[in-house]
Design a protein around this ligand. Structure first.
Ligand code: 5GP
Length: 214
């Protein structure tokens, strides 16, 4: 298998309310080779969420047993609940040639980076803190305490953007989706990923004698 048969791993992180899930969902609609990883979580399903579609919902005990068996590529405690990415699920997708996008928090992104796995990370920022607060308050049925916690986390984690490969400002959805597509296309063209394909092309330069049409 050449390196190019394997899919690429992308990570998107952003504060709650930045629109990262909507962005990732748009991307997988547009790019047929891109899949979103389905995380495991110990939090209960919200109204309208489907098991095995939005998340794999498991008990805290099952989640902790999975941690003990090193089944997570990364995992984190976010707002008091456990969330994690299955190592085996991700590897199976990548090995089958699918590109995979993980929508995970900054703690998880740090773990993937530390593990040395080949990945491209993208941090999505809102245009401003005020706009983030407005979006969060507009969409959410969460309690005021939960809102305060999300805003405090957003403030504490915004500076983490410097640890990512790319940063994108989500001012309007569609231009931001286009920007993300451009990043994915650029990553596909990186020298170390293109070398096997380029070498096949280069062989055609060597094998055939140059014709003389005169
Ligand atoms: P929510 O409960 O609103 O669906 O998600 C809360 C937060 O958990 C979001 O910031 C989301 O990015 C993060 N999250 C979801 N799945 C994972 C995961 O598998 N790993 C990590 N580290 N964070 C996750």
């Amino acid at each position: 298998m050449t390196q190019n048969d394997r899919g690429l791993l992308f990570i998107i992180s952003a504060a709650s309310g930045t629109g990262k899930t909507t962005l990732a969902e748009r991307l997988v609609q547009i790019l047929p080779n891109l899949r979103m990883s389905r995380s495991y979580t110990s939090r209960p399903a919200r109204a309208g969420e489907r098991a095995g579609v939005d998340y794999n919902f498991v008990s805290r005990e099952v989640f902790e047993a999975m941690i003990a068996r090193h089944e997570f590529l990364e995992w984190a405690n976010v707002f008091g609940n456990l969330y994690g990415t299955s190592r085996a699920d991700t590897e199976a997708l990548l090995a089958s040639g699918q590109d995979v996008v993980l929508v995970i928090d900054v703690q998880g992104a740090k773990q993937v980076k530390a593990s040395g796995v080949d990945r491209t990370s993208i941090f999505v920022l809102p245009p401003s803190f005020e706009i983030l607060e407005r979006r969060l308050r507009g969409r959410s049925a969460n309690s005021e305490a939960d809102m305060q916690r999300r805003l405090a986390t957003a403030r504490a984690e915004a500076g983490c953007y410097v640890d990512y490969d790319y940063v994108v400002i989500n001012d309007r959805l569609e231009p931001t989706v286009v920007r993300l597509q451009e990043i994915i296309a650029a990553e596909r063209s990186r020298m170390h990923r293109m070398t096997p394909i380029a070498e096949d092309v280069i062989k055609t330069f060597r094998n055939k004698p140059i014709t003389n049409n005169q």
